[in-house]
Each structure stands twice: as structure tokens, then as C-alpha cells.
Design a protein around this ligand. Sequence first.
Ligand code: NAD
Length: 710
Amino acid sequence: MYRGKSVWVERVEGDIVELCFDRSDGDINKFDLRTIQEFRDATAAIAKGIGICGVLVSSAKDTFIVGADIFEFRDLFRKTSDQIAEVNADQSAVFTMFEDLPIPTVVAINGLALGGGFEMALTADYRVIVDGAQIGLPEVNLGLFPGYGGTVRLPRLCGVGTALEWIVTGRSRRPSEALAAGVVDFVVTSGDLRSVAISTLRSAAANENWRDRRSSRRGAVAVKDPQTIAALKERAERVANHYPAALAVIELVASSADLGRDEALKAESRAFGRIAKTPTASALVQVFVNDQILKRRSKAYLQSARRIEKAAVLGAGIMGGGIACTSATNGTPVLMKDVASSALDLGLREVERLLEKQVASGRVDAVRATAIRGSITPSLTYAGFSSVDIVIEAIVENVDIKKRVLSEAEGEVGPDAIMASNTSSLSIDVLAAGLKRPENFVGMHFFNPGPVTPLAEVLRGRETSDATVGSVVRYALAIGKTPVVLQDCPGFLVNRVLNAYFVGFSKLIRDGADFIGVDEAMEAFGWPMGPAYLQDVVGMDTSSHVFATIAASYPARMALDFTNPMQLMANVGRYGQKTKLGFYRYVAGVNARPSRHLSEDSRDILVACQPGGQRTFSDMEIVDRMMMPMILEAAVCLQDGIAMTASEIDMALVLGTGFPRHHGGPLAYADAVGLRTVARKCEDLAHLGAAYAAPELLIKLADTGRGFYD
Ligand code: NAD
């Protein structure tokens, strides 16, 4: 009856038609513009059909429909709010057209049905779902809410409370939960899916009972749950500043609960047009797209990759223990070598601590924890190194010691083994000098805490081969990390860009800002921790050293002619949480998380770098003076080819530093501010030195009215 590239319709069993989502050029079904148009045409073909008693909707893929094509959002969201609402209403009308077919409809959900996929299923009279499938409305994770009738149909099916709970959490749900909530009608095995769907259709057609069901969903919502709405609203209000979608959808659903379906659908489109224009939606959509871009780039690197079956870690310290634990937890056995048995014990204790945490959180069970422990082999010698595929060096940050140990280890491994260094500040090219096989050498920079932070920077030296990069990317993915491949440079990407941020911090304090005011302004901006608090958590013995090392490599922008605040603290042994005293004072708290308190004398210590005394800065001034150097350093990294794309830079900062997701990363944030505005702010702050000087790339983009993502 109809055949498109994503949808076909055929008569099955005489008077039943099947509308099947079956994308011909992909492994999954999604609602891109083409599919929506085909869904429209297919529905029109069914409407014109004669002698049809019901419609079965199915998918020919493993998943049902995974949702909208988010890559298309970027163009759509460039339109005005009214235009977006108009486009949305036009697309949403296709779903309503299907819902209004004058015959009963059943959807057979064979796998993942998310977002628009689930909203399609909501248009049918009956839903049969395979046990093991998942359904849900994850739009809120993109700063949005459902726009194809989800906010209208779900509450009319299961009540406002349950519907909002589903929409606001964005979590996918299991079939049993959907059945209990009345969202699906039958949960079946995959073998029974089709037959149950067809028999449901036949019995509906015979009894005509679908008509009552349908008309009950045309009017106002029956179950309004004011208490649940109030509770959800209270929670949503707390984060609405940065994440407005939850509050907006609660207000939308509550206010359209008394309307009929068609009026409620109009309200949904209008509200969708507004939420799509929020900076949060734009940033979160960009983060999603960036994540996909990163996955594609990783896939490309895999072409030349070898499989890493067995790893070795040199150094059983904080990082070595964490890397060993991450590797073993994700199925790659690992040798862990150190020079002292006391250090090995420490490393094993670190592994134990991390495993206990995982068992306590239910991520790993006790049996699995034992197996993981068994796949970490502590050693004081190089025994077993001849059979490892990769060695990750995580010993003390000293160039001479690292070079000696790397060269020693190279002599113990096979000719194809990869040698990687987890150095945070030393040059990969410098470390490679003296190795016999520099093509096998690469940087693999993990972040503390190793098992938790999702990012791994993969640093390509001048001589690193494609095969080495590919294999390390493969290993990073295998152990659950997101690899970002970068060119070697001092500080690599994340620490280098963070260093620029701390240049901003140091100059703010020097010019008289109060560190608590700076922390408050940056936390209000969205950082999980303000800069002073972050330094306390990292530990200023290490961070002041890293700061100085990286700053020395970019003297024009980062060298300071005064003692910076981190150094002032470190000079008097106030390293932060580890000494219970830094910018703040810490008291051991519940679950070993120390609580932060004001330390009266911190301000007295900082006076030493404040020749002009203290003065007040507005939050906006603080944000600009902190964020500009970060944006500019990220722009220099893009300009110099340290990373190939703005997407990689932003994702590395989001994954590696807790950069607020709702700002998307430094370059997405700069685009949101507008590069002309950024350039003007740079001019205003030019008296603060080269850290505030816009690089050529930024000026060029600003002059031509473009952004980093154009
Ligand atoms: P650490 O001091 O906790 O551990 C270093 C370990 O290396 C010690 O156990 C030491 O005994 C061992 N060691 C020294 N010489 C050795 C040798 N010849 N063979 C085997 N083991 C040897 O240090 P860490 O914090 O785990 O840092 C290790 C590396 O990781 C450094 O290069 C550091 O810059 C980098 N790094 C650290 C962090 C962090 O936050 N701590 C983050 C990223 C990268």
C-alpha cells in the first residue's frame, strides 16, 4: 500500500494492515524529517484504504524507534520560537492523524521506544510490549520536553502524577512498570509479540471497545494528582535557573489538564517552541551531538587498532591503583608493578577501597569483586611483562625518572607492546626521546579519581603511529572511558585550559576579590565547585606545582609576576582537604565526605598578593574574568590543532572537569555569549594581560559573524 525509505505499509491477513518502521539506510529507526513525512504519507494511504479493520504498527529493526534525529535539532532551533512551534505543530499533527484513523490500532513494541518513538506508541489504542524492551521520554536530558503529544497523551493514559514523574526524570522504564501504570496493555515474549498484537486488534475490531477507550482520551485528564505536582514542582524550582525544562513541563501539563486533546496539543507546540530557544536546550543538544561526533571519531581510529588483552601499570599510587582497578573491573587483567612492597600494599588498599565502594553502591556484586581482585597481579619485578599488550606508566612526575623507567620497561615487553604515560604535565615527545620504539609510545592521561572520571586524553607524540593511537582508543573504550585524541602539548588540553582559568582566579584575587565571593559566583554559574574549593579538593601541593609547570610553557599568557593564591596556601602547608585546611577548613563528615567551613585566617594569608587591598566585584565581572581566559585558551588549542574540532574540546572539558553541561563547554558557551561580545569583553579586559587577548581565530570568526560551531 505504501513503500518509503523508512516506512512501509502492507496488507497482512487480508483486512489488517501493517505499518512497519524499517529504515533502509540504518540499523535503527528514528524520527528524522524523512521518516515523519513518510509516516504522514503512510497514514494517508491507510486512511484511503478500503476494507481495513485495524492497523498493526511494528519495527523491522532490533529497536522500535529510538526517538527524534537530534542532529536535525540544530537547524530547527535556529528558527524563532514561533517558527519552531509551527514546525512542531505540523509534525505533531501527523501523530494525531494516525491516532484519528477510524479503525483500531495496536503498536507492537519490540525494543527501545524512546522520545518520539514512545510518543508514536502512545497514539495507538493498544500497546503490546516485549519483556526486555524499554520505553521512556528522555527529552528533559536535552533541556527539552516531549513535543509529539507526549505531554498530552501520557497524562490522559496514566494520570498527571505518573506522567510527570516519567517526563521530569527522563528515565526509561521497564515493561512491568509500564503495565502497572496502565501505559501498556500486555507484556509478552518476543515470540508472542505479533500474535498477541494481532489478536488484540481482532478482538478490538469485533467488540468495538476501542471506541470508548479512544474517546476517554480526547477530553480533559481524569487523574490530576495535585500533591505529586506540588512535590515535583518544588524539586524542579530548585534547578530551574540552569535546567528550566522540568518546571516548564510541569506547568504546561498542569495548566492543560482541563483542556481537550487538541487544545492541549496546541499548548504543547507553543511551549516546545519556547523551551527549544533556551540556552540550556541549545547547550545540551550540542553536548549530545558532540558525544555522537566523538563516538564516530573513535570508531574511525579503531580501524588500525589492536585488541588489548592484558595490561600492566607501573606505579601503584593513587593513579596506578585507580587505573588497575578500572582495567580489571572492565575485563582487562592487569599487572601492577611498584618498586616498594609498602607502595604495592598501598595500591592494593586503594583497589580494595574502590571495589568496596562499587560493591556498596550495587554496581559490582561480591563474587565479581573477588574475580576483579584476582585479575590484578601485584609485582615488584617485570615478571609477566613480556606478554602484556600495553604498559601504562603512572610513577612519580619526574622527567628523568620517567624516562629511565620507560626505557627499562620497553626492554621487558614484546616488540608490539604499547607504552603509555599517564603524565599530567610532561611532554610526550620529551619522554619518547631515548625509547627504541617511539612509534609505540603515547600519552594516556586519566583523571583523578581514575575509576569515576569518564575522560581519557590520548596524546599523540610526533612519532606515535596510527596503530598505537587506535589501540589506546580501543583500550580506553573497553575500560569504559571516553577517549579524546589530541596532539601533544604542555598540560595537554584539559589541564592547560584549566590553568588559564586559574590565571583568571589568581588575577581576581590579586585585584582584591574575596575568594568566597568568587566561589559563590562560579557555583551560581553552574560549576559544581568554585575555583578555591576545587583547589582544596585537588590538593595545592600538587596543583601549585602543576600550575607552575604549565604556566612556564605559556609564559606570555600564564606567567604571573606575583605569588598566586594556591602557592600562598601551599607555602604555609595548607594543601586543602588532605590537611583539613586550605582556603576553607574541613571537618570529617558522614560517608567520609568532609564538610566545608569558613576559615577566618584565609583572607589574611591572601593579603600577601593583594597590594591594592580588597574590593567588590559583581558576579558578572567575576564570571567574565574567570571564563574569558578559559575560552581563549580553548580557542588557541583549536587554532593550533591540538584538537581537531570544537566538539572534542568542549566534550573533554565537560567530561574531565565538571564544566557545567548546561553551558556545553567553553567554546559552546562562547558561541552562546556571541563571539562579537566575547571579543568586546576581551578588549575591556585587555589591561589584565595576554591571557585576555583574543586569538586570531576568534577575531576572524567574530568579524564574519560566525561561531566555533558554524
Ligand atoms: P603517587 O605518588 O601516588 O604514586 C606514584 C607511585 O609510583 C608510588 O607508589 C611509587 O612508589 C611508584 N614508583 C616510583 N618509581 C617507580 C618505578 N620505577 N617503578 C614502579 N613504580 C614506581 O602518584 P600519582 O598521584 O598516582 O601520580 C602518578 C602519575 O600520574 C604522575 O605522573 C602524575 O602526574 C599523574 N597523574 C596524577 C593525577 C592525580 O590527580 N594524582 C592525575 C592525573 C595524572
